[in-house]
Design a protein around this ligand. Structure first.
Ligand code: ZN
Length: 316
């Protein structure tokens, strides 16, 4: 996928003429490819500078692809996940930074076992937010994305990722906070990733059944009651269907985490592009005026509009 710089198209800029900058904060390697990756690919194509901050090394992840479930892979999981991340980074055309924390693992059992000593979830908030504040002050993003207060799903690292992102969004522009972590920079907007909401799953489920295909969501939807308050949190839908293939490629680069035969790829690409051509977000904080709903994370920041320049149409 070419990017704005490579295609010679003018890059999108803010009122000061500076290129737009987007920072995604994620818990583990692979989260940048499973959440908002088509949005990333679209913005890279428009010449936006995108950095992914990965809180942990994913050291305690399980191997979720039967083809990769081998002793030699398990013995070297941390190193293999770094290599997978490198490949995904190249596919997405981004810069990626490790924040250096250790994966907390997903505690399973009743009662759940205690979290392992030294893991990300157990680091105090002020200390855990420091490397992110430093990165924000160095990269100076206009927009930051992270997860909602529930983590998007209840993994302790995802919840901690939310907490440090909110703390760093507030602290990065404050000269009194973290005085040794660089020149203050105030990001304009903070979003929560909202990819896995019910309306989208309902639409994908219906699209599969209309085509006489087996929906992978039937069981999940049977237990998932409508939640209008949760649904109303979606403020921003970014058209990016054209970039779904890039997202899929980046996901597959995380070979230990993604089963190509699994539910991720049960909905054919064309069906997905037609049934739900956006990736969705909740605007959680904004320091610039903007009108909701939005279709652009840079609404209120970019001096141009993406309409007409980004070819985010859905193939007919
Ligand atoms: Zn994760």
């Amino acid at each position: 996928m070419p990017n704005g710089a490579a295609t010679g198209r003018p890059v999108r800029v803010d009122a000061a003429g500076e290129p737009l900058r987007l920072l995604h904060v994620h818990a583990h390697p692979d989260d940048e490819s499973s959440k908002g990756a088509a949005t990333t690919a679209r913005y890279v194509d428009e010449g936006v500078e995108v950095v992914v901050a990965t809180c942990t090394g994913g050291e305690r992840g399980s191997i979720l692809n039967p083809a990769m479930d081998r002793p030699d892979v398990l013995a070297n999981l941390a190193e293999i996940r770094r290599q997978e991340m490198d490949r995904a980074r190249e596919i997405l055309g981004i810069r990626q930074v490790w924040l250096g924390f250790v994966d907390s693992g997903l505690p399973e059992g009743d009662p759940p076992p205690p979290l392992p000593e030294g893991c990300f979830a157990l680091v105090g908030l002020a200390e855990a937010a420091e490397p992110l504040v430093r990165l924000i002050r160095e990269f100076r993003p206009h927009v930051i994305t992270t997860y909602d207060e529930n983590g998007g799903y209840p993994h302790p690292d995802h919840i901690k990722c939310h907490q440090i992102s909110v703390a760093a969004f507030e602290a990065a522009g404050d000269p009194e906070a973290y005085p040794d972590a660089g020149e203050p920079w105030e990001p304009a907007k903070l979003y929560y990733q909202f990819t896995f909401h019910r309306d989208r799953i309902v639409a994908l489920d219906a699209a599969m059944r209309e085509r006489g295909l087996e929906s992978p969501y039937a069981e999940r939807l049977a237990e998932w009651k409508p939640d209008p308050a949760h649904q109303a949190r979606v403020t921003t839908k970014v058209p990016c269907a054209e970039y779904f293939p890039v997202r899929d490629k980046a996901l597959l680069a995380h070979a230990t985490q993604i089963d190509p035969q699994g539910s991720w790829f049960a909905v054919p690409l064309e069906v997905h592009q037609e049934a739900w051509p956006t990736e969705d977000f909740e605007l959680a904080r904004s320091r610039v005026p903007t009108e909701l709903p939005e279709d652009d994370l840079f609404a209120g920041i970019a001096v141009d509009s993406p309409a007409g320049r980004s070819s985010s149409r859905v193939p007919a």
